[in-house]
Design a protein around this ligand. Structure first.
Ligand code: FES
Length: 365
């Protein structure tokens, strides 16, 4: 792709930098300004500390403003092809992602997209931008007002010339960037999964739900001995992460855990949400001898033993150790005529860890 420049350069003896004398100087010309390459204050015939040299206006036709390509139109076409290739790659990635295609399609199309875009941009910068070199003498740290204005004019005109001259490529680049931007939204929109809606507030437990084992069997009042535990679910959500509930038989008579829960523990059965109120791990361990439930993730311990303040009552899974901030919600139970254990209703509050909107909807529906 590189070609020899249209305008022959006059390299100096230090390696290709145009000699100061080779730069056409036209003080009245409306072009860029700057100090010609190779010029330095010490070059002043009056010595380095004499009068600072004035800014030299350089014509826009000076060699350093020329591009490196001998045939810019050809290079421009090549870059356009690369941009179109990049566009196709990104669009292909979007289509592959939408179709849930294999990883090699995703990776391959993305690679083509970035390859086309990257090669196009590098070629543009290398062959179609002013090749320079540009230098500015450093004799003074504080430029005069005129020098500042001259610099701004020079800077903006140079950029304008370099970019606006390539309007066609600029448009293609804009389209490539737009397609890439849209395609980049795909993972964001699709991979976040469905909206949680009210799943943080409610479980599948309803009034009359049968307590069901993980293999779909209804739990009967005779199924557990005192000191035994079992994980149960509502019959329409067997295996549900938010519905999982720890059923414990801690007595043979009705268990009371609070004044307003006198009927919640029939025949010694109590049921607590198994979703830890700290970070949501399953509270999977029942320590029978000390009557505690333990969450293995961060060792939160919930007390379900006798309530020292209310003889005959039991503690409603109060956290007594570890980071869990509140008790495990209790599920109210009853025993139907056939002897099956069923729920009196949903959990009275959202189960699991706290979240910032918790309480906005209050009791589960
Ligand atoms: S998740 Fe249970 S203690 Fe952290």
């Amino acid at each position: 792709m590189p070609d020899s420049p249209d305008t022959p350069d006059t390299p100096d003896s230090t390696g290709g930098v145009p000699a100061a004398g080779a730069v056409p100087q036209s003080p009245g010309h409306e072009g860029a300004t700057g100090t010609p390459a190779g010029a330095h204050p010490s070059d002043s015939p009056n010595g380095p500390d004499s009068q600072p040299p004035t800014m030299v206006k350089v014509s826009i036709n000076a060699p350093q403003f020329q591009v490196a390509a001998a045939h810019p139109e050809r290079v421009e076409r090549g870059i356009a092809v690369m941009f179109v290739l990049g566009l196709l790659g990104f669009a292909g990635f979007g289509a592959a992602y939408y179709q849930n295609a294999a990883n090699y399609w995703l990776g391959g199309s993305l690679a083509v997209g970035f390859f086309g875009l990257g090669v196009g941009m590098v070629a543009w910068g290398k062959y179609l931008m002013p090749r320079g070199p540009f230098s500015e003498s450093r004799h003074s740290a504080a430029p005069t007002e005129e020098e500042r204005e001259a610099f701004l004019t020079d800077f903006s005109s140079r950029g304008k010339v370099a970019v606006e001259r390539r309007g066609f490529l600029l448009k293609i680049l804009g389209v490539v960037g737009g397609v890439f931007g849209i395609v980049a939204m795909f993972p964001l929109l699709r991979s976040l999964g469905p909206l949680p809606k009210n799943m943080f507030y409610v479980t599948k437990w309803r009034k009359g739900s049968y307590l069901t084992t993980s293999d779909g069997r209804r739990v009967h009042v005779d199924d557990l001995d005192v000191g035994s535990v079992m994980t149960v679910f509502p019959q329409d959500d067997v295996g549900g992460a938010m519905s999982q509930t720890m059923l414990i038989r801690i007595s043979t008579v009705n268990v009371i855990t609070a004044a307003d829960r006198k009927s919640w523990g029939p025949a010694g059965y109590v049921a607590f949400s198994k979703v830890c109120t700290h970070a949501g791990c399953p509270v999977a361990l029942y320590q029978k001898l000390i009557e505690e439930l333990l969450c293995p993730c961060h060792q939160s311990i919930f007390d379900i033993g006798p309530d020292p303040d209310h003889p005959g009552w039991y503690t409603p899974a109060m956290p007594v150790f570890g980071p869990a901030p509140r008790p495990l919600p209790q599920l109210a139970l009853y025993i139907d005529r056939q002897g099956y254990l069923r729920a009196q209703g949903p959990y009275y509050e959202p189960v699991g860890p706290g979240f910032w909107e918790r309480g906005a909807q209050g009791i589960a529906q």
